[in-house]
Design a protein around this ligand. Sequence first.
Ligand SMILES: C[S@@+](CC[C@H](N)C(=O)[O-])C[C@H]1O[C@@H](n2cnc3c(N)ncnc32)[C@H](O)[C@@H]1O
Length: 273
Amino acid sequence: VQEGSLIARFGRARRDRSLAVLEGFHPLKHALRFGANVLLVVSRDTDELERLAAQLAPDVAARIAELAQAVTPSVFEQLAPLPPTTGVIALAERPAVDAATMLAAPREAPLVLLEDPRDLGNMGACVRVAAAADAAGVLSTGSHDPWAPDALRGAAGLHFALPVARLGALEELAAAGGTTGLDGLASAAGEHAPLAHARPLLALDPDGEPLLARELPPRALLAFGTERYGLSDELLARADARVSIPMRAGVSSLNLATSVAAVLFAWRLAAAR
Ligand SMILES: C[S@@+](CC[C@H](N)C(=O)[O-])C[C@H]1O[C@@H](n2cnc3c(N)ncnc32)[C@H](O)[C@@H]1O
C-alpha cells in the first residue's frame, strides 16, 4: 500500500504546479545547493546514492543521506516515464516567483524571454546557461510549463538558482511596466525616476543588426523565438531593437539554447564578470 501511494504521489506531482519532480542526481544536487525545500528523496540503491553524493556533491551529501528513502527497483521504475539512470528521484516545492517581480527586479543583469518554446529539454538548457551566466531569470510564454520534469532534467535542476516563471501573455510586459524604449531607459536614469526599473526589449533575430555585446543595456529583456518559426510579429513590433548573432554565410540559425548561451556569455565576458 505504501509503495502504491508513493507511485500515486509521484504521478500527481507531475501535474501539480506547486511541485517540482527532480529526476536524477544532478537536479537534486542543485535543488539542495540553491536552497530548495526538498520534500522527498527516493532511491533504488542508497549505497550508490551515498557514493555519488560523496563524489559529486559533498556539500549536500549529509542532507541527501538524511532525506533518502529506499525502494525496490520495480517500484522505482514506476516513478517516472524514463527512470533516471542515477537511481534517484525527488520532490521539491517550487519557489514562489512571478513575472512582474522578475521584470521589476533592479539588478543590472539581462532577463531572458523565451517566446513559445516547444522543446522542454531545450527550455531546460536555456535555464541552465542563464543560471551559469548569472542572468536575472528566465520567462517563457506559450503552453509549456518551464518547471515540467523534462525541463528540470535539461536544466540539471538549476531552476532553483534563479527565478523561472511563465508569462501569460505579452501584454503583461506593458502591464508590469516591464519594458521601455532604449531612449526611455536613458532618460529614466536616477534613483527615483518612475521608469528606472523598466527594461529595453531586444529581439534576437538572425535578420537583426549585428549584436555588440559591450552595448547591451544592463537590464535588457532578451527575447528568443520558437524553435521552428522564430519570434512572432507581435513581439517584433514591441521590440526596441532587433539584433543578431553574426554567423557564417549559409547557416540559417543557431539552436535556441545555443543562441541564449552565445548572447549571455557575450554579455558576461564583455563585462569580465
Ligand atoms: C532555431 S531559431 C529559429 C529559427 C527561425 N527559423 C528564425 O528564422 O528565426 C530559435 C531562436 O534562436 C534565436 N537565434 C538563433 N540564431 C540566431 C542568430 N544568428 N541571431 C539571433 N538570434 C538567433 C532567435 O531568437 C530564434 O528565434
